[in-house]
Every structure is written in structure tokens, then in C-alpha cells.
Design a binder for this molecule. Sequence first.
Ligand code: HEM
Length: 426
Amino acid sequence: MRWALNIIGYVGFGLRLIWPGQELPSDLDPNAGQIRQIVSIMVLPTLALKILPFKWAREAYEGKINFLQYMNEFLHDKIEEAKRGGPQKEGMDIMGQLVQSKYGRNASPASESKDGVPNILNDSEIIGNAFIMIVAGHETTANTLHFALLELANNPGTQRRMQRDIDNLFNGADPSTWDYERSINALMASYTGAVVNETLRMMPPVTGIPKVVNPECDQRITINGREHVLPAGVSCALQIVCAQRNPRWWPTRPSERTGKPNDMDDFLPERWYRSRDELRGAKREGTVVDDVAVPEDKTDYGGFQGSDTSAALYRPVRGSYAPFSDGPRSCLGRRIAMVEMNAVLAVIFQKYSIELAVDDWASDEEVAKMSPAERRAVYARAQERSRQLLREADSVLTLKLHGGRHVPVRFVKRGCERFVADPELV
Ligand code: HEM
């Protein structure tokens, strides 16, 4: 969470946050702007939060007030900066750019479009967008990275393959020398990209994407050749986990791990190296899936038209993979998120490996004396517990391990692994 907050702080606001162990300026309140109780803040009006006699309501109220105060001061600083001619340093600083568009030297003159909507955001809308950017761009990425790390610990073979690709790509060079233009496509087409895609397929942070039918008119959709009417104004949610685990739309094989007829519930980045040919005409669970059942949907719903995944990897049938949603209101931060997650994994796994902690079953001394077979056995217990916990992840705003549940892990310098370097551990 801290890592993701640092990144969104930098790309969204041009801020550098401090890490544990770094000095905090004495005049800064470490809790300022911290928002816990995010669901209560979004659902309840401020007055209700203020008067409700519960600790969570007080926390939510204070968090909201702190955040707004912080953002107002921050906005004021950015306005001053814009009036002085803009930021001195380079960087994305999305909020700075929104402020520039209103207060900068090259600001567009305020005008109204045909339907009476002003062409620039007012201050409150800039703060609203800043809030969305933090909420939408922080937990989502952090949870995906968390699940990716756990799956890499659960699947040592996958971790080793990803590290091999990272070594081939960067040849031991320090991350500060990595070049975005030269490396990003290759990284996203490598095993690292496949790990990120597979994590988003299995554990998308937004499991049910809320939508509302245009209040002005009914909408007709066709499912399995039958037309259905969604009445005007009706709310519905796209349950993308179902689509993303549906063997009808993915090339699958029988599960080697569980013995199930298909491997859609297994974490298998390898599937991103399969081809669509495996889907066309293949026989799965008694159904023949042919080209007619795998239509190429070219409908223009507006918004981003490209693919969320690298062209070098498997291209899912449209609609079967949509962690960032689809259409005009789909995720604005998908590119930032994809770059961020791929880069974070590459930076960590160039130098470190991740292992499930086995402290509940054996001490460090006991592990040191174990034979390879004994180590595999104790690791298998940790894998079983970790997979069980991952199945308990649930969605409150985003999908994660709620309620303090966690999987204990250890990061170890590469070369010092106790478990995951064993080629027989998969
Ligand atoms: C793994 C990371 C992420 C995932 C899976 C994700 C997913 C989503 C989804 C499903 C939506 C709803 C789209 C819809 O209603 O159709 C959304 C909206 C949005 N996301 Fe993301 N997101 C991620 C990261 C980010 C980041 C890093 C940012 C900002 C830098 C961001 C900014 C936004 C914004 C601004 C919206 C609202 C778009 C609108 O309403 O027009 N997201 N995201």
C-alpha cells in the first residue's frame, strides 16, 4: 500500500512521500490526509459522520476533514506555482496539469460547450478528481501487487521463470539506469507481464463493475443469441471474475493441480502464451466451442480502443477479460497501473525472491537441518494455507484480504533462498 501510495503521490501530485526510516519534517502531521474508513466516507453524508457515536464514524469524519484541508492547501500551492509559470521540475503531476489548464499562463479561456458545460474544471472538481485518483489508483494497484507477490511465493517455478526473463532483459543493470522506451514493451511481453495479467484475471481488484442503463432509454443486449431488455435507469454490475474464469472464452487444459476438467481457477501465467487456435474448435466440458461462439466484437463503445495486454501475449476475446472495464468510462489509469505493476515486480525480483514463511511449523534452526524433501513438505503446508487464505479474499470496494487476514512471507536476497530455488518445487 505504501509503495502504491508513493507512486500515485508522485505521478498524480508530484509529491515524494517518506519511507520508514526516512526523516519526517518536524512540522508535518504524519496522519494528515490519511483516509481510513473510505466506504463510510463515500456512503454517508459528512454531518452523519460527525454526529454518529462510533469510533469508525469519528475516524471517517476526521479523515475527510483532514483530507479536504490538506487538498485545499495543496491546491493553493499548485495555483501559486502555476501563476509563477509552472513547475520547475519535470514529472507527470496530473493534478498540477489540471491546475495549469485553469491558472497557468497557457490556460484555456473559460467558455461553455453547446450543452452549457464549462470547458475547464472548477477548484472543487479538481479536488474531486484528485480524490478519485487516490482512491482509484492506490488500493487497486496495491492489492494486485499483493496478490501477485503471494502467487509468486505460492508458485516457485513461476517465480524462477519470471526472474530469468528479468535477468535477460536487464542483465543486472541497476533500475536507476533502466530506460522506459527501450524496456517497457519487452517487460510487458515477458513473464512479468504474464504474471500481472494472470493476477488481474484471477483476482481483479474491482470484481463487480457498477453500471446504470441510460435513464433516457432501454438498452437491448444479446446473450447466447437471445435478446434481453435492460430497462432505462436500471443498475447492474459486470461480474468480470465470472467472465475471466469462464472456460467457454479461454483456451483451457485439464487442471494439473486440482484434477478439475479445466484450469481456469489455477494461477498459470503460462496461459498467456497459449493461442486462440486452442480455443477455436476445441472441445471443452462437452461443448464444442467454434468460431461462431467466439465472435470478434469490434463494436465501438467509445473510450480506449486498444488492448490491455501486450500484443506478444495471448489476446483474450473481447469481454472475457476486462479488469479495467471497457467503454468510455473505463479506467483512465490503466497504462500507469500496468507500467507501475510490471516495474515494481521487475525491481523487486531482480534482487530478491519471495518465500512463504514457515515459522508456524519449523524454526530457522530446524529448517537449516532439513533435507530437501523435508523442506518441500513444510513448504507444501505453507502453500496450502496461503491458497486457502487467497480463496477467502472478498470485495469491500476492492478485492483483498480484509479483516487483518494475511499470508506471512519473507523477502530474501537472491542466492539465499531456503525453498524457492529448489527446481523440484513448483
Ligand atoms: C490494477 C490497477 C487498476 C485497476 C484494475 C483499475 C480498474 C478500474 C475500473 C474497473 C474502473 C471502473 C470503470 C468503469 O466504471 O467502467 C476504474 C475507473 C477509474 N480508474 Fe482505475 N484501475 C486501476 C488503477 C488506476 C490508477 C493507477 C489510476 C490513476 C492513476 C486509476 C484511475 C481511474 C479513474 C480516474 C477512474 C474513473 C474513470 C471514469 O469514471 O471515467 N485507476 N478503474
